[in-house]
Write a protein that binds this ligand. Structure first.
Ligand code: AMP
Length: 198
């Protein structure tokens, strides 16, 4: 099993990359068509079994759906991780993973794909930060910074969530988020409540 923590420590950079050189700030124009393919990262997580499957099966089904699309390529899934719930504690542990893709879909179209994957897993919203079969977040869209009413990229909260940063770093330890190397985020090396499963 890959020791993600050791890899991260080895690649930790103390030199923050200036934000202005790493991000272009986009508004509504970011949903223009005919873009160059972008490398993007989606966060997948869930903790409910339903008639369609277990949380792990929901993740694998979502990845299969992404692989079947002709507007998405280079699909690469991280390990699966078990994590403690962020919100109410009277719910099962979550299963989390991150998937790397390349796509020329514009950001809002990719968000719609994420939301369709949630619907495919018959997601029902019971309570805030509560149980769900599958949650799919658009974590990173190339090196773009996007601020729209329905879409914030990098995903809000990405810097504090070890169940997102650890699998992200597993897939690409040289990622830069908000101008800093992923290895420099404390949560990317904080395994509290996190167990690598596969
Ligand atoms: P949740 O299902 O709790 O993750 O929240 C979904 C809502 O967050 C939707 O209304 C989205 O429009 C919004 N949202 C904003 N930014 C993102 C993002 N980067 N990825 C997924 N949903 C996002």
């Amino acid at each position: 099993m890959t020791n993600v923590r050791d890899k991260l420590l080895a690649t930790a950079s103390k030199t923050a990359v200036p934000e202005s050189t790493n991000y272009s700030v986009h508004s509504r124009d970011s949903d223009d068509q005919n873009q160059q393919p972008q490398r993007c990262y989606l966060g997948l997580g869930g903790n409910l079994t339903n008639e369609l499957g277990t949380p792990s099966e929901h993740i694998h089904q979502a990845v299969a759906t992404l692989q079947a699309r002709d507007d998405i390529s280079h699909v690469r899934l991280s390990s699966l991780y078990a994590s403690k719930p962020m919100g109410p504690q009277d719910q099962p542990d979550f299963i989390n993973a991150v998937v790397e893709i390349e796509t020329s879909l514009p950001p809002l179209a990719l968000l719609a794909v994420c939301q369709q994957l949630e619907q495919d897993a018959q997601r029902v919203r019971l309570r805030r930060w509560g149980e769900r079969s599958l949650d799919v977040d658009l974590l990173l869209y190339g090196d773009q910074q996007i601020s729209l009413p329905t879409l914030t990229v990098p995903h809000a909260g990405i810097r504090e969530r070890n169940f997102v940063l650890v699998p992200l770093a597993e897939l690409n330890p040289s990622l830069v988020i908000h101008g800093s190397a992923i290895a420099d985020y404390a949560a990317s090396q904080d395994w509290s409540g996190l167990t690598q499963l596969t």
